[in-house]
Design a binder for this molecule. Structure first.
Ligand code: ADP
Ligand code: MG
Length: 473
């Protein structure tokens, strides 16, 4: 364990040894919901036209992750997705879903498994043309013992959720592509499966309808904890994923972690997965000639996405889109705080978000606070390098005050001192986000700040957003 943080805090505090943090090895506790081991799918094995659709795949996917399989046509993405769905059988190797070895299931059990554990969305929607929209959605429940009235009720709830309830008695062909795909999503969810699989679900859609579908997946993943595994060859969609699995010629050639999204989710790292490069590192590598100023501009939309995700919990994806665009413009300082408020406040019809005045005020103030505090951190961080100690202390004070707005409890003076120490170490990157959060939560007697779990999480999230806005961490 390489944490200078623990020993230092220990000296400063009561002298009680701190609770040992789990190291990376111990963190592998959570079981993957999908586990693929040495798996190959071989067509015409041994013949001279032998083709390996999948070749030695090893992959673990954790519950609640959003994974994208990315790669050129023919790279094996669909085959891998079908394997997870239980629709194809591996030639070699193993696939476990929810602890179940799919090879051990009879074909009947495999069907049941497929219906219960996975919902699938396809590029061409795959709706049955002769059935009404509602019947398409509830069809997967016909095999379950669910009463007809109950089935219809469940179907209508989903149709309403995806804003296609007014078409329930129409045939699929009467609907636009985007609407049909939302019916397809409703069908995929009718049995409430934990895993949602999508094979180029946006491939046939115009960009607005595609965006709409992606935001639905995003929300199902973030708010309903669905594990999403999506296939795409469109690089614009990659930022939705927690991890991107790059495929070529039936092999996984690289797995990338999307740090930005992990922070949006406010979650700990998944067991065992090591931190990889940040967005800024990736951009720097991709565009070595750009100045950091230019990179900051390029990152503004990502940052805006994160900031908006932080502000929101239960918003409509259309509103979120408008907010992100507005916050991006504010971060780039092309609009003023007042203009941002205007956009938040004015109605959807006139291009705004349609928040009520109070919420609009609160949100625009929060954007200012977080963005302005982030400016402050950056200026002062340069001060640190020049050894201006007093101004660094001022930064810590500012940051602490801002963070404590998320805290309802009382802190003693020694707790405040402990909190300052944690902020200092986090600002200097001596500790990571998880350590910081754990430190806030740890009892004061054990060398922590002694807050509760919830506050520790909220505060560390806010801090990370502030840091990220400035440094792209
Ligand atoms: P992707 O979805 O990335 O475009 P696929 O998984 O559909 O790729 O296909 C991977 C490879 O396997 C391709 O070369 C394809 O031609 C081959 N393949 C897929 N299905 C079959 C099949 N039934 N018979 C022979 N080859 C197949
Ligand atoms: Mg495919």
């Amino acid at each position: 364990m390489n944490s200078p943080f623990l020993t230092t805090i220990d000296l400063k505090n009561t002298g009680t040894p701190p609770v040992d943090l789990p190291d990376d090895q111990n963190e592998i506790e959570e079981k993957p919901i999908i586990r693929i081991k040495d798996l190959s799918v071989i067509y015409f094995a041994g013949k001279n036209n032998e083709s390996r659709a999948l070749d030695g795949i090893n992959l673990e996917i954790y519950s609640g992750e959003y994974i994208i399989f990315f790669g050129p046509s023919g790279s094996g993405k669909s085959t891998l997705l079908n394997i997870i769905a239980g629709l194809e059988i591996p030639t070699v190797g193993k696939i476990f879903v929810d602890g179940q070895n799919l090879a051990h299931l009879s074909s009947n059990d495999l069907n049941n498994f497929h219906r219960k554990k996975t919902g699938m969305v396809f590029q061409t929607y795959n709706l049955i043309p002769s059935l009404s929209v509602l019947d398409n959605v509830i069809l997967p429940q016909i095999f379950k013992r669910v009463r007809s009235q109950e089935r219809k009720k469940n179907g209508r709830i989903l149709l309403k959720k995806f804003n296609v309830d007014s078409f329930e008695n129409r045939l699929p062909q009467d609907l636009s592509g985007g609407q049909q795909q939302r019916v397809g999503i409703a069908r995929a969810l009718i049995n409430d499966p934990p895993i949602l699989l999508s094979d180029e679900a946006t491939g046939n859609l115009d960009s607005e309808a595609a965006q709409n579908v992606l935001e639905i997946f995003n929300s199902l993943n973030l708010h309903e904890k669905k594990t999403v595994v999506a296939v795409t060859h469109n690089p614009e969609q990659l930022f939705y994923a927690d991890r991107i699995v790059y495929m070529k010629d039936g092999k996984i050639i690289k797995i990338e972690i999307n740090e930005q999204r992990k922070i949006i989710r406010g979650e700990n790292e998944y067991g065992g997965i090591k931190k990889e490069r940040t967005e800024l590192d990736l951009l720097l590598q991709a565009y070595p000639d750009l100045s950091s100023m230019q990179l900051q501009v390029m990152m503004a939309p990502f940052k805006a996405k994160m900031l908006v995700a932080y502000l929101l919990s239960n918003f409509d994806y259309r509103e979120i889109e408008i907010m992100e665009a507005a916050v991006t413009r504010r971060l780039l300082k092309t609009i003023s705080q007042e203009e941002l408020f205007e956009i938040f406040d004015s109605s959807i019809e006139s291009g705004g978000v349609g928040l009520n005045k109070n919420t609009a005020l609160k949100f625009s103030a929060l954007v200012e606070e977080v963005a302005v505090k982030a400016d402050f951190i950056q200026e002062e961080a340069y001060g640190v390098r020049e050894n201006k100690k007093s101004s660094f202390e001022r930064t810590i004070d500012e940051v602490r005050k801002s963070l404590l707005e998320e805290y309802n409890g009382e802190l003693s003076l020694s707790q405040v001192a402990a909190l300052n120490k944690g902020i200092e170490y986090r600002l200097l990157s001596k500790i990571g986000k998880n350590e910081f959060q754990e430190y806030l939560d740890r009892p004061f007697e054990n060398g922590g700040v002694g807050m509760n779990k919830r506050s520790a999480r909220n505060i560390s999230r806010k801090f990370e957003v502030m840091m990220l806005l400035k440094f792209g961490r």
